[in-house]
Write a protein that binds this ligand. Sequence first.
Ligand SMILES: O=C[C@H](O)[C@H](O)[C@H](O)COP(=O)(O)O
Length: 212
Amino acid sequence: MKTQNELKEIVARKALEFVQPQQVLGVGSGSTVKIFISLLPELPFKVEYAVAASKESEANLKAVGVQVLDANEVTTLGVYIDGADEVTPEGYMTKGGGAALTREKIVASLSENFICIVDKSKKVSQLGTQFALPVEVIPMAREAVSRELRKLGGNPVYRENCITDNGNIILDVHDFVIEDPIAMEQIINNIPGVVSNGIFARNKANQVLVAE
Ligand SMILES: O=C[C@H](O)[C@H](O)[C@H](O)COP(=O)(O)O
């Protein structure tokens, strides 16, 4: 049986097939994406430019010779490759285990083709059943947002020692089964002080590749 890391490498290698020459590549974050970036030099052409969803991915891309552009420098991206924490059969996802959810949503929204790469451990029938939902929050709103999330039925827990690339905090919402991802993504975004939340329902992936 393959280890989780071997499965991540299989799916990351498969994602190479979606990378086109002379396109600016969108890149998410996390351990699966880290493997994907490390495989880029195996392509028969050089990836010249990318937009990264986290500082860590930016450093990893630079380490393999890819120039990293600011998201403001591009209007569209051909393809965006990113992992996820949970994926449903409908293609809804939760993300943000690495606290990069907001930048991931921004870069994903610029892309014409979002390819999500996961190993089989990420498959769920309903979001929230396996992974607490990350919510990025402006620090001064921590308690107010926590109260609102409790009213919605969740149990928010402040993520210790975590400041996002945007200077904010993360609340991880436990015990929160998400029945309607599209509605809940919007409801949480409407709480004052929320920057974004880890439900990717409006920006679903175009394809989810799962290493079984
Ligand atoms: O903030 C982190 C991202 O949403 C990641 O894409 C997600 O947590 C999946 O990461 P990994 O590939 O390490 O499981």
